[in-house]
Design a protein around this ligand. Structure first.
Ligand code: GLU
Length: 387
């Protein structure tokens, strides 16, 4: 019998559907995937070269568990330059991708029954990680059309039991970028109830309007209680390299994080760390190229989705996902399965992201896949009219 802890969580739908689509492709089926979220771009050449150089220079042994000082310095400089935030090296730790970093933060902060306030819709792994660490996810509603935080619900859900308020702006899966007013409300409530703010900023460079602001930059108190998580994965098309980081003003948090990581991981891959140093310190041109491409793809996907009868898609302001609402009376898990089986298109169901009746489509895919894939969806929905 496996542990009760392992039985607490569901398999990841992002990885599950992606694996199923890969199997279908291997069988020769022409599947178009808007599934798992990762840039279709390759890792920049200079970053790959830095990894080759690291191997040639035999930088292949253990590193400090929270990362080489060079990497943490590169992260410190990035935070100063791009976010206007000053940290010491002792306030920064690297880890095994954004996901690994988040897990170790929850392990560092949560005691049994501590609550983590999560805004709907949310990335699938947040509640599962919280449960694995003994915490209790508490969900806050959003506006079903704009995905703005429901302020009244947020005020009602944050309490003395709240250990962390978690925000992700730009957001996966709906692409919302929170306004300064919303960030101020989060910061005020965190101050009132003395909770941490966990700010997942992995999509910070993918915005199509105003540049998103880190909640830590609002004021002194927000800075003091915010824990920033970020990664090279999306920004530099490095999803498989697994390098993420945490920055927190509260040194105790980083010390706890570091103790845990000593025993769980030894260190994030040494070669990937040197690649990440180049990503943060080298040319940033690839980021602009991706952002411009994603903006065009977003515009075309939103337009094509809204032309499908029974689908309604708000224009995402950031990240690289569309999150349309559909009118069919069918659970999203079943709809996603049927679209894969019958239309050979991978989409993510909204339900594991906390909003039933929605689908998530990544537009970080090759240009030509957008019209071709949406055409298949259009034909499928036309054959399944809402009655
Ligand atoms: N974060 C991406 C997504 O939501 C990658 C998959 C994952 O880590 O769950 O598709």
């Amino acid at each position: 019998m496996v542990s009760s802890r392992s039985r607490l969580v569901q398999p990841s739908v992002t990885f599950g559907l992606s694996a199923k689509a890969k199997t279908m492709k291997k069988q020769g089926i022409d599947v178009i995937s808007f599934g798992i979220g990762e840039p279709d771009f390759h890792t920049p050449e200079s970053v790959k070269q830095a990894a080759r150089d690291a191997i040639d220079a035999n930088k292949t042994g253990y590193t400090p568990s929270i990362g080489e000082p060079d990497l943490r310095q590169a992260i410190k400089d990035k935070l100063e330059k791009e976010n206007g935030l000053t940290y010491e090296l002792s306030q920064i730790a690297a880890g095994n991708g954004g996901k690994g970093v988040l897990y170790h933060i929850f392990l560092s902060l949560l005691d049994p029954s501590d609550e983590v306030v999560i805004i709907t819709p949310y990335w699938v792994s947040y509640p599962e990680q919280v449960r694995l660490c003994g915490g209790v996810p508490v969900f806050v509603q959003c506006d079903p059309h704009t995905f703005a935080i429901d302020s009244e619900d947020l005020k009602a859900k944050v309490s003395a039991k709240t250990r962390i308020i978690l925000i992700n702006s730009p957001s996966n899966p709906c692409g919302v970028v929170y306004t300064e007013e919303q960030l101020r409300l989060v910061a005020d409530l965190a101050q009132q109830h003395n909770s941490y703010i966990l700010s997942d900023e992995v999509y910070e460079h993918f915005y199509y309007g105003e540049k998103p602001r880190s909640i830590a930059s609002l004021h002194e108190d927000a800075y003091a209680r915010t824990i920033i998580v970020n990664a090279v994965s999306k920004t530099y098309a490095m999803t498989g390299w697994r390098i993420g980081f945490v920055a927190a003003a509260d040194k105790e948090v980083i010390a706890a994080y570091s103790r845990l990581q000593d025993h769980t991981q030894s260190n994030p891959c040494s070669i990937a760390q040197w690649a990440a140093v180049e990503a943060y310190t080298g040319s940033q041109d690839s980021v602009t190229v991706m952002r411009d491409a994603f903006r065009k793809r977003r515009d075309s996907m939103v337009q094509l989705l809204n032309a499908i009868p029974g689908l309604h898609c708000a224009t995402p302001e950031g990240a690289f996902y569309c999150f349309p609402r559909y009118e069919l009376a069918m659970p999203s898990l079943q709809l996603a399965e049927q679209l894969l089986e019958e239309a050979h298109v991978v989409v993510m169901p909204g339900e594991p992201f906390g909003l039933e009746g929605y689908l998530r489509l990544s537009y970080a895919v090759a240009d030509e896949h957008i019209p071709a894939g949406i055409e298949r969806l259009h034909a499928w929905f036309a054959a399944h009219p809402v009655i």
